[in-house]
Design a protein around this ligand. Sequence first.
Ligand code: NAD
Length: 399
Amino acid sequence: MTEEQIKKASQHFENLVREQLERVERMKSEPDWTDFSSLEKIIIGACSGDGIGPAITEAAIIVLKFLLDSQIKSGKVEIRRIDGLTIENRVKVMKAIPDDVLAELKACHTILKGPTTTPWKGNKYGWPNIESANVSMRRELDLFANVRPVRVPEKNIDWMFYRENTEGAYVLGSQGVDVSDDLAIDFKVITNQGSDRIIRAAFEYAKKNKINKVTVVTKANVVKKTDGKFLSVAEQVAKEYPEVEWDDWYIDIMTAKLIDPARQSSFKVITAPNLYGDIVTDEAAQIQGGLGTAGAANIGKIYSMFEAVHGSALKMVDDGRERFADPTSMIKATSMLLNHIGFSDQSVMLDKALDICSQYEKKMVVTGRDTGVTGEKMAEYIIETIKDPDLEKKWQSYQ
Ligand code: NAD
């Protein structure tokens, strides 16, 4: 141990504390939510991402263009391609998001984003260990709510997850310290403001949709300061929603109970700090039918970004299977985007077509291999289903 090492680590910690205190001040003066109905033109940025991203994003854009055909023609909506958010470009400038790409993203009102690769230590592609584009985008655009629906009608599962997106164990994920060769320390950050806005969003959703249950997930019995703060903010917020019941669970037992048939359907709206939210939503996506089926919304007051829950599935690309990747996740994300920017009719239609195509009728199935159809074919099947004048009748017949 040297005094020099301690001094260096302490200085690093001091810098982080200063940055985080500044962030708290910024949160205190947050603007209001974007009113999409008052915009002359809504600009949807479309980034294809890496790996299977381009294949599944193209499939989603085909569906989006079909549903917003008249709005695109009248100039009310523009779909703007943003090509620079690739691993090659990011590595070239050694940034999670290159500056010019960030400026392009900020010129859009909302973003549809394909999965992006985050290099990991010792990866076989030789990429340096740069920060995740997702984590950076959530922070830069202040997308604090990661909203993920999971539905399995035959098991009576209808979950809505509100995962905190800008704090917790991830926000300083690339800023830990190797104090010495033997000692590494990472940091976890939770604030009153960051917890309040995500927990409030979950309670608001429950209240608006007349859902009488919010579950708060932490590990506050062990991680006492940060998780303890999240839980105590929940207690305060819950008092303002007397019509909504709430309970709290620890992450370990929660992951078990999500697969317990006797318990799973009792969960409704679930909110959690970043890391726990990440874990339980992937588990929930698997219960729904695999990562390929789940979409996610990343919502802030100004910007929003919609994406698949899964990553760029590089192994599928290495095996030459990207054409067979399931685009349902990106198409589900597209439906959430439509709903967020005010096209709820189109969103409802798309949800019903997705239910019919991937849960009930299943005339075509994507398996991730040539044993199933390609993502493009799946998108065509979904569009044909939307076009069917009997869409509503057909959907009702399965209820
Ligand atoms: P992954 O989620 O990309 O894929 C894991 C496995 O899930 C794949 O090998 C594949 O078998 C299956 N899968 C995923 N999506 C599928 C789809 N649409 N259709 C069919 N099968 C699908 O996880 P990974 O391979 O560990 O990560 C690859 C890269 O993606 C990493 O760099 C990771 O950091 C990144 N990632 C990005 C995001 C994001 O952009 N939101 C999310 C998670 C991971």
